[in-house]
Design a protein around this ligand. Sequence first.
Ligand SMILES: *Cc1c(COP(=O)(O)O)cnc(C)c1O
Length: 382
Amino acid sequence: MQLPYKIRFNEPPEGKKAVAYMQQAIKEKHICGDGAFTHKCHKWLEKQTGTAKCLLTTSCTHALEMAALLCDIQAGDEVIMPSYTFVSTADAFVLRGAKIVFVDIRPDTMNIDERLIEAAITERTRAIVVVHYAGVGCEMDKIMELARRFQLRVVEDAAQGIMSTYKGKPLGTIGDFGCLSFHETKNFSMGEGGALLIRDPAHIAEAEILREKGTDRSRFFRGQVDKYTWQSKGSSYLPSDINAAYLYAQLEEAATIQAKRLSRWQEYYQRLTPIAERGMIELPMVPESCVHNAHMFYIKANDREERDLLIKYLKDKGILAVFHYIPLHSSPAGKEHGRFHGVDKYTTKESEKLLRLPMFHQLTAAQVKYVTGTIAEFFDNM
Ligand SMILES: *Cc1c(COP(=O)(O)O)cnc(C)c1O
């Protein structure tokens, strides 16, 4: 029998004006891409991040595909990334024929270990793809220095990183290209959707053409050309304006939504500290250089067995808590398209200990208290 969870793992975010804005898009008879709401989202994201250009996409996966195309990745090129990530980080580059070179993560942040990247660089390396896990930034100064020295592109998978910063810079704006996700599991959502952030204005024209089926339709709509034609390779990466309308309603309330998430995150941290001090669990670490966005609250148990027992215990008490990525290098496609450089010291071991607790902006302080109380109960009974 399916248990009716008292506390879900995630509830999709919804802005107060979501339905009104979607109706407005329908009434104005502009429901395809690049309508008024897409434009509002672009402006909001450009202002918030300070990036040269933002383009909404149909997913973060598609933003990553656009980034791979803009990096001009060719068959046989090597791309360095962590193995502890979502499949799309690798898939976007595999679609271009790249070989994926996985590098171990740091156990404290679960991000790529910047100290291990240089040894993985070969004459075929073209790009470094970083993933800002849980909205906590990678060590970007070191990574950008390597990229400059070896003339590599840097793509930031900032799917979880909206409104987070590294040394004051918004995640997704530091590398050549940044990819955001607006999937329903992220801080802000349009159901399925994402955005590409472009740092260097020199790439804007090519990105617009790629996103519009290889045509210069964007320039046509701005009145810069009097007809639009097929210019080069491309696909269809622009979302419907109905989805953008749903997203825009949340962006207007971004400060409130973020404040709520951050409060819940702090409450988790405070209530779990005594259990961490007893050595039963580990709590997330946020480096001094980073401001995070409360995308996720995870804990680590001592090992996989204990983690799985805790998942079951919480489930029996009506709480859905979940583990995360199965390292890509251990998957069938990861084995076919990639190799792990060096030793997997932390990727597998740390991923097996990790447990994500319910986190969404509608979560209440009372629910956090119930979840943390149940975790305490589990360890008291052990
Ligand atoms: C969610 C996520 C993605 C994929 O985002 P979509 O918008 O669903 O394509 C990619 N990478 C990471 C790290 C993610 O968390």
